[in-house]
Write a protein that binds this ligand. Structure first.
Ligand SMILES: [Zn+2]
Length: 155
């Protein structure tokens, strides 16, 4: 898809920061960071990247589409797992260089490919110190699904 014209060119700082024309900034690789939060709870579910095509499709279909940097391909979230993300709101930040989508999860009600509800399923303990061997604590008791069942066993 030749989509350089899908979105407006970047304007002046003022126009970008406070105006109402959408002028998303893509980095040198053609990507923009995207944060997905739960539309109901506000919980951060995942962080990923979108290219122009993924962002345009997300806007037009109201389903989250990302760009997979590891596979170098468009990644229609939920296509394999059934864990689609139905988008209820799309925002951009002051610089228009980050996308925030609010989503309602389908399927296992879990966003992370390792089975947890949120990709951010581990935390630094409150009394944790920045030292080698720092042990994380889980923020979810157990995964919501078994990735081996959903994606097939990895050899
Ligand atoms: Zn994840």
């Amino acid at each position: 898809m030749s989509d350089n014209s899908v979105f407006s060119e970047r304007g002046s700082k003022d126009v970008v920061e406070t105006g109402l024309e959408f002028m998303p900034k893509f980095d040198a690789d053609g990507l923009i960071p995207a944060i997905a939060t739960d539309a109901v709870t506000g919980e951060v579910l995942m962080f990923a990247f979108m290219n122009r095509e993924a962002l345009a499709e997300t806007i037009n279909t109201r389903r989250a589409v990302y760009w997979s940097r590891s596979r170098s391909e468009i990644w229609r979230k939920g296509e394999t797992s059934g864990n689609f993300q139905n988008v209820t709101e799309i925002r951009t930040d002051c610089d228009q260089d980050v996308i925030w989508i609010k989503v309602e999860m389908e399927g296992h009600d879990a966003a992370c490919h390792v089975g947890y509800r949120s990709c951010f399923h581990r935390a630094i303990p409150d009394d944790g110190k920045a030292v080698p061997g720092l042990v994380l604590k889980r923020t979810e008791d157990a995964p919501s699904f078994d990735p081996d069942d959903v994606y097939g066993k990895k050899s």
